[in-house]
Design a protein around this ligand. Sequence first.
Ligand SMILES: *[C@@H]1O[C@H](CO)[C@@H](O)[C@H](O)[C@H]1NC(C)=O
Ligand SMILES: *[C@@H]1O[C@H](CO)[C@@H](O)[C@H](O)[C@H]1NC(C)=O
Ligand SMILES: *[C@@H]1O[C@H](CO)[C@@H](O)[C@H](O)[C@H]1NC(C)=O
Ligand SMILES: *[C@@H]1O[C@H](CO)[C@@H](O)[C@H](O)[C@H]1NC(C)=O
Ligand SMILES: *[C@@H]1O[C@H](CO)[C@@H](O)[C@H](O)[C@H]1NC(C)=O
Ligand SMILES: *[C@@H]1O[C@H](CO)[C@@H](O)[C@H](O)[C@H]1NC(C)=O
Ligand SMILES: *[C@@H]1O[C@H](CO)[C@@H](O)[C@H](O)[C@H]1NC(C)=O
Ligand SMILES: *[C@@H]1O[C@H](CO)[C@@H](O)[C@H](O)[C@H]1NC(C)=O
Ligand SMILES: *[C@@H]1O[C@H](CO)[C@@H](O)[C@H](O)[C@H]1NC(C)=O
Ligand SMILES: *[C@@H]1O[C@H](CO)[C@@H](O)[C@H](O)[C@H]1NC(C)=O
Length: 878
Amino acid sequence: MLSSVSFTSFALLLFLVHAQDQSGFISIDCGIPDDSSYNDETTGIKYVSDSAFVDSGTRKSVAAQFQKIGFDRHLLNLRSFPEGKRNCYHVQTPRGKGFKYLIRTRFMYGNYDGQGGAPEFDLYLGVNFWDSVKLDNATTILNKEMITIPLTDHVQVCVVDKNTGTPFLSVLEIRGLLNTTYETSYDALRLERRLDYGSISDLPFRYKDDIYDRIWTPRSFSSPLSEFKTVNTSLTVDQGFHNGYQPAPTVMSTAATPRNESQSMLLVLKPLDPNAKFYAYMHFAEIEEFKNNLTRQFDVWVDNTVLSRFFKPRYLFTDTVSTPEPVSGASLNFSLYQPTSDLGGFVLPPIINALEIYQAIEFLQIPTDPLDVDAMRKIKNRYRVEKNWQGDPCVPVEYSWEGVECIQNDNSTNPRVVSLNISFSELAGQIDPAFSNLTSLKKLDISSNSLTGNIPDFFTNLPNLTELNLEGNKLTGIIPAKLLERSKDGSLSLRFGRNPKLCLSASCQNIKKKKNGQIILLVALIIGIVIALLTAIALFWHFKKRKQRGAVGVRNGPLETAKRYFKYSKVVNITNNFERVLGKGGFGKVYYGVINGEQVAVKILSEESAQGYKEFRAEVEILMRVHHTNLTSLVGYCNEGNHIALIYEYMANENLGDYLAGKRSFILSWEERLKISLDAAQGLEYLHYGCNPPIVHRDVKPTNILLDEKLQAKIADFGLSRSFPVEGSGQVTTVVAGTIGYLDPEYYSTRQMSEKSDVYSFGVVLLEVITGQPVIASLRAENRHISDHVNSMLAKGDIKGIVDQRLGEKFNAGSAWRISEIALACTEQRSAQRPTMIQVVMELKQIVFGRETDQENHGDSTKLITVNLNSEEAPQAR
Ligand SMILES: *[C@@H]1O[C@H](CO)[C@@H](O)[C@H](O)[C@H]1NC(C)=O
Ligand SMILES: *[C@@H]1O[C@H](CO)[C@@H](O)[C@H](O)[C@H]1NC(C)=O
Ligand SMILES: *[C@@H]1O[C@H](CO)[C@@H](O)[C@H](O)[C@H]1NC(C)=O
Ligand SMILES: *[C@@H]1O[C@H](CO)[C@@H](O)[C@H](O)[C@H]1NC(C)=O
Ligand SMILES: *[C@@H]1O[C@H](CO)[C@@H](O)[C@H](O)[C@H]1NC(C)=O
Ligand SMILES: *[C@@H]1O[C@H](CO)[C@@H](O)[C@H](O)[C@H]1NC(C)=O
Ligand SMILES: *[C@@H]1O[C@H](CO)[C@@H](O)[C@H](O)[C@H]1NC(C)=O
Ligand SMILES: *[C@@H]1O[C@H](CO)[C@@H](O)[C@H](O)[C@H]1NC(C)=O
Ligand SMILES: *[C@@H]1O[C@H](CO)[C@@H](O)[C@H](O)[C@H]1NC(C)=O
Ligand SMILES: *[C@@H]1O[C@H](CO)[C@@H](O)[C@H](O)[C@H]1NC(C)=O
């Protein structure tokens, strides 16, 4: 975990070092004069001519009437491809292979050919179909984007003629992305939507606002009739630090939220293809400042799957919630629901700042073997072959190169070039060494050209070569002896006639070239020094950056703190000089107290505990911000010398442990037990998923589950165990070992407590609630753990034998079965097999309230208001 974090920041840093000068960028303005370039006025992006990336097509400009009405400059020129079925751009990626890139093409027809047409053609990324390009009229602007990790160090972008207008390309852009963002098991992500909610500018944001130059389409809700309103801030979101996605701060500084504060949001996308799979990335940042008792918290769902519970956008910091797996369907519903459970205080409606949706793409076509592709490209460039040699040599078959034959052994291997015929093609110069890399070649025909020089030795190394035709050239020197041998033994059909200067005998001489080893050495040395320098600079910035980050501290509200801080003398006063002891908890005694007429429970930490306690204030500050109906709230604290006190809300009926142990005058009914279990589960769920950072309780047990006068359960004693020493253990370590019987068995081997440790402990509590028996009872044979006991009874089908005997017949067998199963799932030995608290809560809700509909699970669907994602995006002029 740690290493991955530091890797990310280092990668980020490397990127930053380069990004300022756009070195992760390739920006090609198709159709401007060869080898020219310019800096775009609005974005500062440096666009270069396409002449180095394409060897076909003609340069064109949009019609005069569109030249001066404010379209982006890079849309005013284009390259048109009137000839050939398929034409391709070939671009080296800025950082080589293994990196993730965003590849964008842009199209504007602009009536460049005076035909007033509406061309339609296909776009390919390498050998795979990317999208259809359909221009409605002269000023329609289309953006097509793909995110992928290319398997080679270059990408090919091809346009394919469908006889419905001449293909062309206006802009081709490549942007390096962080490897750790937009992760997918698919081959690529094709952009579907990228929206800037609540935009107040009506213009799309891109570089330099967005360091990855994503183009954000504005979505504003300025009409007073809209059910949504815009919120905005003039402060900078993500200043100084950020997540990997890093949407433009200008995009994040605005958001949409329901006008009516008791409503939730539903974002609906109705895909054209219900089988298409989509990933969504929702970017959230809190941009409103509000008072203490206000919070904004919501659940993020896609269809019937929860993506995040109790999601709380952080103030001026971007958090991205995404779908871990792609989703599909006739309608994709992204819902932002206000939570159903009472969080205390007043909850504001959900917001959304930005949204991206991508379609997951599988590349079905496998490109030709990279070695063959490389060799074929070298041959093409060396001899300037004038054929339809564009894109991949073999794939797709209908566009394969003239004179090239390929074979694919099975569907999972790359096709190989097995036959190459470039006779009568005016090839001149020597036979290129690149031929030697076409190792699967069976037939090679380079006859009737003007090739000069020797016949190279390497032909003898092509294992499968059976036909070689060199006739009708200007070759010189001797024919390699091995070739002649193979020709004689009949394994090779060799033709070399009509080469007047070719000798059959050894009388001809070769000239050897000198190699200049010294220069190579010198170059290597210089490169080495440059790399070392760059690394040093990068490290320097890395650490400098870290320092700066460290300086961004948590802001403490001194006034707020003062209200909840009590002097020790005041604590003495509140408890009336520690008059009444309520109980003895994990870290000291708990006393009864009264503040302004409100009853409170005051926990005084034993001196022993207090000494080992570090970071008291920081932790208490976190705990004071945790509010949930099923958690005891901390109302104040005292920290004066050795006197540490924590002041909690008062709970009348005290703890669940006493009830289970029969220390009370009545026993809890079955229904009460179910309800208490659900309450406690919701409290834990909130600690795990509603708090940032998540809080692991570490000591879940019945005595830490308090009950109020209505028997509503609240979890107590959370969040402190981390920095308190164990009472009575004599050690001043910060490790807490929980309580025997409730402790996660994995803890013994890993020494790590996680959310799943709480799930285990909660499972044990459930078992106690069901059986009314203590966790380890001497009555049971061999002091077996309660889970073994329940397991064996359940295996016998004896549900009556499991449930607390004191209840007699007064329980529901169906719910007893189900809750026992949940409890056993929670107490699985291996943490990975235990459910999460989210799942436990869902199951318990179904037991307590009967089977719920999905909508009830979500929240109140009558309060939902809808944003339609299908309305056409209108591309903007600038
Ligand atoms: C990026 O991720 C791919 C696989 O997802 C991996 O092959 C490649 O090495 C990674 N590149 C870097 C620089 O980490
Ligand atoms: C061109 O087509 C777009 C849709 O692609 C449409 O929004 C726009 O109004 C059209 N413009 C003209 C001048 O017809
Ligand atoms: C939000 O935008 C409006 C309109 O541009 C502006 O008047 C207002 O000051 C902005 N609010 C904040 C908090 O920046
Ligand atoms: C999505 O929401 C629409 C209402 O806008 C509803 O008709 C549809 O059933 C929902 N689909 C799913 C899968 O929840
Ligand atoms: C929030 O606090 C303000 C002032 O502190 C108070 O007037 C208001 O009633 C409180 N609202 C709720 C819902 O507690
Ligand atoms: C290869 O793919 C084709 C079409 O995609 C399919 O018909 C054929 O069965 C596949 N062959 C193998 C060996 O998988
Ligand atoms: C290569 O092409 C030429 C003409 O295009 C043809 O005459 C010749 O037979 C071909 N060679 C082979 C080996 O097929
Ligand atoms: C043949 O391929 C190798 C890579 O496997 C490459 O290093 C070499 O330069 C290639 N040879 C020629 C002559 O292109
Ligand atoms: C040569 O041909 C054999 C038989 O067709 C095949 O198994 C082998 O893979 C080929 N070698 C190369 C380098 O393609
Ligand atoms: C706000 O929404 C709630 C729930 O849908 C509704 O009961 C209430 O009437 C709405 N308030 C206004 C002012 O529209």
